[in-house]
Design a protein around this ligand. Structure first.
Ligand SMILES: Cc1cc2nc3c(=O)[nH]c(=O)nc-3n(C[C@H](O)[C@H](O)[C@H](O)COP(=O)(O)OP(=O)(O)OC[C@H]3O[C@@H](n4cnc5c(N)ncnc54)[C@H](O)[C@@H]3O)c2cc1C
Length: 343
């Protein structure tokens, strides 16, 4: 494999995971990104970093849980900042029916009463009557996880060249295999890719401590709060069918901040550190895919599951390329490829 030169375009979570899997598989890999530094212009920089395959069952295809569950171990192995403390799901008493509906659509949780909630998150004691606890889920801080992947790549001798805008055909002139991980910018070759805008707020509070992501269910605006350590919390995220990359709207910002306030009034005194937005790349079925081959692959459509599903997509890509080189029949294009392959 080491004779095969691979160029990965894009140093978002998809590009970095693919570069790492291919380098670990023995390929000679180089990564190019048009941003000036890691995260510059990447949707991955805005993510909440929740690794929540079972919670996501509430609104997504079962393939997300099947493909996403092994990613938790993938991250634990590669990024020591990955926290596996589970996820907590709560709702205001008037939205209690939302909790039951969420429970009906998900798996691998336990019901907690008010005492159980207080034991798990002392600062939420007395605030909610019931909650769902998904003990096996994890979370990470994307702005620490991406540099950790970049450091692993550097150790393996994989260069990441910033400030270079490459088209897939330009890259193909310089490499045996090109992996296009340009996120939403790949719409020039993936016409069914669309944008789903997400807005987020980062705050700092010295008065509230949480040990795990907390989801607040609401019939219209379900939101979550992810602790980032040292009193910093990310509140996310809206889901708007739009590819507009401008700043967050007043309405979204108010709704995000309201969710934090509803979770704990002490968040009312928090300092606002950042209000931001980006656009998630999504295919019509909201599932990611590895497309193309044998010299040009596209890994895209990670939607709201970039950190959860990029490791599975990267592994699928590496296996597809290696099988292709071994002369085996390869099939790409759908998210349950790995399941069918091993069936
Ligand atoms: C507010 C918000 C919250 C989210 N929360 C979560 C979460 O909790 N958990 C989760 O798993 N996912 C989450 N996501 C989704 C996740 O962020 C995306 O699925 C993921 O970032 C997509 O990654 P990507 O690598 O495909 O694209 P990107 O991160 O956008 O990376 C694409 C890269 O390609 C580069 N590029 C583009 N064109 C070129 C070119 N021609 N030449 C060179 N470089 C180029 C760009 O500079 C960029 O760095 C969230 C998203 C948002 C917006």
């Amino acid at each position: 494999m080491s004779d095969s030169r691979v160029i990965v375009i894009g140093a978002g979570v998809a590009g970095l995971c693919c570069a790492l899997e291919l380098s670990e598989g023995g390929f000679d890999v180089e990564v190019f990104d048009r941003g000036r530094a890691l995260g510059d212009g990447a949707c991955s920089w805005m993510a909440g970093g929740m690794l929540a395959p079972w919670c996501e069952r509430a609104t997504t295809d079962p393939a997300v849980a099947t493909l996403g569950a092994p990613s938790i171990d993938w991250w634990l192995k590669r990024f020591s900042g990955t926290g596996r403390n589970g996820s907590l799901v709560v709702a205001q008493p008037r939205d209690a029916a939302e909790l039951t509906r969420f429970a009906d659509r998900t798996e691998r949780f336990e019901w907690l009463d008010a005492d159980g909630i207080g034991k798990l998150e002392p600062d939420l004691a007395g605030r909610f009557r019931r909650a769902l606890f998904f003990a096996d889920e994890a979370h990470l801080e994307p702005r620490r996880a991406l540099p950790a992947l970049a450091a692993l790549l550097e150790k393996r001798g994989v260069a990441i060249r910033f400030g270079v805008e490459l088209s897939p055909s330009q890259a193909r002139d310089q490499a045996d295999i090109v992996v296009d991980c340009r996120g939403l910018a790949a719409r020039d070759v993936l016409p069914d890719l669309r944008g789903v805008r997400g807005e987020m707020v980062v705050i700092r509070s010295r008065d509230v401590t949480l040990s795990r992501p907390v989801r607040m269910l609401h019939p219209r605006i379900p939101l979550y709060i992810v602790p980032r350590g040292e009193g910093v919390f990310m509140i996310g995220a809206t889901m708007i069918e739009s590819d507009a990359r401008g700043g967050p709207s007043v309405r979204s910002t108010v709704e995000l901040l309201n969710a934090a306030y509803a979770l704990h009034p002490a968040f009312g005194e928090a300092e606002i550190l950042e209000v931001n937005a980006d656009v998630r790349p999504a295919f019509p079925d909201n599932l990611p895919a590895v497309r193309g081959g044998p010299h040009m692959y596209r890994v895209n459509g990670l939607f709201r599951h970039g950190f959860l599903l990029a490791p599975a997509m990267a592994r699928q890509l590496a296996e597809t390329i290696i099988d292709g080189m071994a002369g085996l029949k390869v099939e790409t294009g759908d998210a349950d490829f790995r399941q069918r392959r091993s069936a």
